[in-house]
Design a protein around this ligand. Structure first.
Ligand SMILES: Nc1nc(=O)c2c([nH]1)NC[C@@H]1CN(c3ccc(C(=O)N[C@@H](CCC(=O)O)C(=O)O)cc3)C=[N+]21
Length: 281
């Protein structure tokens, strides 16, 4: 069965919309997200536009700062420092990937952790590691919401996460561990990947290869969460999982599009609202 991320994200957005409506009625300041987009990467353009639309939908203020591909690292640093000090800004997101000449880590470390709605700053990463309250990366958080949606209890379950990125693989592994799952983090160097994946009650596919996971990777009845945003042989959007091949043996699967992607954006709005409340109190 499909897990309808689009619908769940809509429910979450409607809840946020109500909260912002309430702030408005009380004459309070409205939360604001700033997205910095460097260069003109095709996919990034689409994602950033989706973020802008989502902000408009819930009544959140947003600003997209489009910087030229050739912007100097020092200029970008100045922009972030200005936003860090701007009292009207609650969330700052630097769209990745950045151009080669800009040091990604240096930029992410500079964002005020209180405004770090991506949850990529070392302070927020450490808080997640320690199980303390902080801003949690959007995609992993969206996956937990989808598991809640199907009332799936991870306690004692075998989760196999394939992919070890700082953005998805590592943080989602920690969230599953927090929920008492037995977690395996597999990756490109894992031996016997098929056998490892076959053990999974929950398979999290986050490797960025179109339709890589066929039914011989999936245990019958497993829950499959597909983080892929890939293009198939016809240049159509698809996931890391071969949906047609596995759909009849899984208990639940997130489709691409309409699964994890929309949840990422809903969680970004939630994080921005959380950053707002934290800053206001
Ligand atoms: N600092 C930073 N934070 C991010 O969160 C971030 C990023 N950089 N760089 C790129 C990735 C990718 N990402 C997506 C968000 C939504 C969809 C999404 O809405 N997908 C739709 C389809 C979109 C389409 O039609 O292309 C869906 O799955 O249904 C996809 C991908 C956020 N990212």
């Amino acid at each position: 069965m499909n897990i309808d991320g689009k619908n769940v994200s809509l429910k979450r957005k409607d809840e946020i919309k109500q909260k912002i409506q309430q702030l408005q009625n009380e004459g309070k300041r409205i939360p604001k997200l700033v997205v910095i987009l460097v260069g003109n990467n095709q996919a990034s353009q689409v994602y950033v536009r989706n973020k802008e639309k989502a902000c408009a939908y819930v009544g959140m203020l947003s600003e997209i700062m489009r910087l030229d591909e050739s912007v100097l690292e020092d200029e970008l640093i100045q922009v972030i420092e200005r936003l860090n000090h701007d009292e009207t800004v609650d969330g700052i997101l630097v769209q990745l990937p950045l151009p080669q000449h800009i040091h990604e880590e240096k930029i992410l470390d500079l964002i005020d952790p209180k405004k770090d709605v991506d949850g990529f700053h070392p302070i927020n990463v450490a808080k997640l590691f320690l199980g303390q309250d902080g801003l949690v990366p959007c995609t992993p958080q969206g996956m937990m919401v989808l598991l809640d949606e199907i009332h799936y209890d991870l306690t004692g379950k075998e989760v196999v996460v394939v992919g070890r990125s700082n953005i998805v693989g590592k943080p989602v592994s920690l969230l599953c561990l927090q929920r008492n799952a037995t977690v395996t983090i597999a990756h490109s160097r894992t031996e016997n990947l098929k056998e490892v994946c076959q053990r999974a009650d929950v398979l999290i596919a986050a490797i960025g290869q179109a339709k890589f996971f066929t039914k011989d990777y999936v245990k019958p009845g497993a829950v499959v969460l597909d983080v892929g945003m890939d293009r198939d042989e016809n240049d159509k959007l698809c996931g890391d999982v071969d949906y047609q091949d596995v759909k009849d043996i899984v208990s639940y699967i997130t489709p691409v599009p309409g699964g994890i992607g929309p949840m990422t954006i809903a969680m970004l709005l939630e994080n921005t609202l959380k950053a707002y409340y934290n800053r206001e109190e």
